[in-house]
Design a protein around this ligand. Structure first.
Ligand code: 6PG
Length: 250
């Protein structure tokens, strides 16, 4: 049975509060099938950009249960961001998505679009990925993904757009980033113009340690946090959160 989240509307953002990540995954699976079904019926393909990090692991595992779904043949999977490490490195987002989802579904290899990490530098990788996006989404000044899945870091970053960096003012589609401090590896990330142009943007945020940053994003609308700057041009944005993360907003 589909979960029944409580619904909060704040600053034009829809926030759905679930008991746990299992319920969030269940709901997201239904949304994925609805959005991909519509996109494939109307445009022949479904384009999605996925985030890394720990939060979506369970979601991808659940998605992999749709292993032989006919939609995979017309689904194109891109990455929101990547740590500039080899694909078999434990910190690689592609590695995580491969292990939790891609290895278990019947998707043609050419439908998978990882951010390259075999270039001589992250900035060359960013240029290459931007070229790939422009070729794939030809005819569109800025790609229009059917769905983008995002997370939020405790510091308010999303994708690899970190606070106090000029990355949030970028007009390039893909850039390289050197995060400060504990976030480690150099990264390559899509930028706000691409994120905000998507038809459907989902944030998934779970856990007590995210409650404070979530409040600063959805209640205070703190413009110093990159996650607050995610505001779709004409698409929809939905936050799927669990009760511990919601404790300061409900
Ligand atoms: C990454 C992500 C990043 C992530 C947040 C939340 O590569 O780390 O794409 O933007 O979504 O950092 O990460 P957690 O889910 O691990 O808390």
């Amino acid at each position: 049975m589909s979960p029944h989240p409580s619904r909060i509307l704040l600053n034009e953002r829809e926030i759905l509060v679930f008991n746990d990540i299992e319920e969030i995954s269940e709901f997201f699976l239904d949304e994925w099938q609805r959005i991909s079904g519509y996109a494939i019926r109307h445009h022949g393909e479904f384009t999605v950009a996925l985030s890394g990090g720990k939060t979506p692991v369970r979601v991808y595992e659940r998605l992999s249960e749709l292993s032989d779904h006919p939609h995979w043949q017309n689904t194109h999977i891109f990455l929101v961001d990547e740590r500039y490490v080899p694909f078999d490195h434990p910190d690689s987002n592609y590695h995580m998505i491969r292990q939790t989802l891609l290895d278990h579904i019947e998707i043609p290899e050419e439908n998978i679009h990882p951010i390259p990490v075999d270039d001589s530098s992250p900035d060359e990788s960013a240029v290459r990925y931007e070229t790939e996006l422009r070729l794939y989404f030809k005819g569109e000044d800025i790609p229009v993904f059917n769905l983008i899945l995002l997370g939020i870091g405790v510091d308010g970053h999303t994708a690899s757009l970190f606070p106090e960096s000029s990355s949030v003012r970028e007009s390039r589609l893909v850039i390289d980033i050197t995060p400060q401090g504990r976030f480690g590896h150099e990264r390559v990330t899509i930028t706000l113009p691409v994120i905000n142009n998507a038809e459907n943007i989902f944030f998934i945020v779970t856990g007590r340690d995210k409650a404070d940053v979530l409040k600063r994003v959805v209640v205070d609308n703190d413009r110093g946090l990159p996650a607050s700057l995610v505001q779709p041009v004409s698409g929809q944005i939905i936050f799927l959160i669990d009760r511990p993360a919601a404790r300061l907003i409900s």
